[in-house]
Ligand binder design. Structure first.
Ligand code: SF4
Length: 218
């Protein structure tokens, strides 16, 4: 079990899934290079969180809810939590009946083959379960391109993967060591490319080649 002092942002999980070096550059070295995509993503979240809470028949909506899990050692914010009236669930203040929480994450882009978005959503759900003392079976991700909502079953395998990644994340933080780059196709589209310099930081040979070209070798 973790303490309040060693909680890590949930957002680091999706960076870890994408690339451990990216995760360390952003969350340990605090390097952040904003580009159009990251700025658009931030704008979308600000828009979602900036909207007032909503109430519809059978549904109560809360935005930008702060959550944390001492079991995972993670802290973050859920874009939207929809409380849907159900036969089982939790009680809400000033409301009658029982309500089932459904966390909803907003993403600028399209659905991905990688589990990075689903892992982030699952971590948010585990935080909510711990804080509300409830069980959450499903979450949802709203993608911007095309605009569609994807339902995500919070299966045992997704939960195990999320817990395992949270442990790896804490191990990475404990070492305070940024992993070496490995230049891959996915490096091209990311905002950290200039800071990471994968073609010259990946191997010793590449570094020697770079120093020789720059006239800095002996
Ligand atoms: S440029 Fe490539 S190696 Fe560097 S952080 Fe991005 S994905 Fe990782």
């Amino acid at each position: 079990m973790h303490t309040e002092d060693d909680l890590i942002p949930i957002s680091a999980l999706q960076h870890l899934v994408f690339c451990p070096r990216q995760c360390a550059l952003i969350h340990i070295e605090q390097v952040w290079t904003e580009n159009l995509f990251t700025a658009e993503g931030r704008g979308l979240h600000e828009k979602v969180h900036g909207t007032d809470a909503e109430s519809r028949p059978g549904v109560r909506i809360v935005r930008g809810l702060r959550v944390r899990s001492l079991e995972l050692g993670l802290v973050g914010q859920v874009d939207v939590v929809e409380f849907q009236q159900a036969e089982s669930g939790i009680r809400l203040q000033n409301e009658t009946g029982l309500w089932q929480p459904l966390p909803v994450e907003y993403k600028r882009g399209r659905s991905k083959i990688s589990d990075c978005d689903r892992v982030q959503l699952c971590a948010q759900a585990i935080c909510l379960e711990e804080m509300l003392d409830s069980e959450i079976e499903y979450g949802a991700i709203f993608y911007g391109r095309p605009r569609r909502r994807e339902q995500v079953k919070l299966s045992t395998s997704l939960r195990d993967k999320t817990s395992s990644l949270a442990r790896k994340l804490h191990d990475l933080y404990a070492t305070r060591t940024t992993p070496k780059a490995s230049h891959q196709k996915k490096c091209q589209s990311r905002s950290l490319l200039e800071s990471c310099m994968p073609s010259i930081t990946g191997t010793k040979k590449d570094i020697e080649h770079y120093l020789a070209k720059a006239g800095m070798d002996e």
